[in-house]
Design a protein around this ligand. Structure first.
Ligand code: HEC
Length: 224
């Protein structure tokens, strides 16, 4: 009985919305509001934040790539091919490879780095160890059920790309690509949303190697 009443009240209010909507004159376009300039937006941002602990205001300073990609997001116009090529090349040229030529560390440590979302927050002590929070955006290992999906699943990453032995000559291209991706993803995709783990100094070289092992070591649970 109660249910019938609720349904009929709902139906009546839906009907009245249609009546109201057909009476009102709705303009095709809302009136255009004056848009703030990029400099005005930055001024408001700078006035709204303050240095706190390890989180400093210089985080508001965009790199050229961030500035151009933000414009793309705001205007919806794709970046032109020449700019993409120039920006990706500059990022690629600045990638630093492991000094000892060994790209693969310990996958167990890599799993810890991938799981940790700590570091670089105002409440973190200066010099504390950063995590990478890969799971915030990717599925990685088979046992973790809590992960984001902004990025593609990395489960089976090395196996699916045919890496049987990361030290073998035939794995070289895939190993280098994976390092470039993690070191500075803009080297591969100019307007990628992935953090620049090496370039921005988020992870140490050892941590980068450990995350590489998580993705590429055949013994890693990612490749089982
Ligand atoms: C803020 C979200 C985010 C985080 C955190 C993140 N990624 Fe990504 N990642 C992405 C997105 C989005 C893509 C794919 C699109 C693009 O950026 O090109 C991607 C792509 C990748 C790729 C390329 C995949 C392929 O099929 O070639 C790899 C490898 C990768 N991420 C590894 C990692 C690792 C390892 C970590 C942690 C150290 C990590 N990502 C952290 C968002 C993220």
């Amino acid at each position: 009985m109660k249910k019938t009443t609720t349904v009929s009240v709902f139906a009546a209010s839906v009907a009245s919305i249609f009546v109201l909507a057909s009476c009102a004159t709705v303009p095709d376009q809302p009136p255009a509001l004056p848009q703030p300039t990029a400099a005005e937006v930055l001024e408001v941002m700078k006035a709204s934040f303050a240095d706190r602990g390890v989180a400093k205001l210089d985080r508001l300073d965009q790199t050229e790539i961030q500035r151009l990609c933000s414009q793309v997001n705001a205007t919806g116009k794709p970046l032109d091919g020449a700019s993409i090529e120039r920006l990706q090349k500059a990022a690629m040229d600045a990638v630093k490879y492991p000094a000892d030529g060994n790209f693969i560390g310990d996958w167990r440590e890599g799993e810890r780095v991938a799981q940790s979302g700590r570091g670089l927050q105002f409440s973190d002590a200066a010099g504390s160890v950063n995590g990478a929070n890969c799971y915030a955006c990717h599925q990685v290992g088979p046992t973790e059920i809590s992960y984001g999906n902004q990025g593609p699943s990395l489960l089976g990453y090395g196996k699916n790309r045919g890496v049987k032995d990361p030290a073998a000559k035939e794995s070289e291209a895939m190993v280098r690509y994976t390092w470039q991706r993690i070191y500075n993803t803009h080297a591969v995709n100019a307007c990628s949303n992935m953090p620049r783990f090496g370039d921005a100094g988020i992870l140490t070289e050892k941590q980068l190697k450990d995350v590489m092992a998580l993705l590429l070591d055949p013994a890693s649970p990612v490749n089982k």
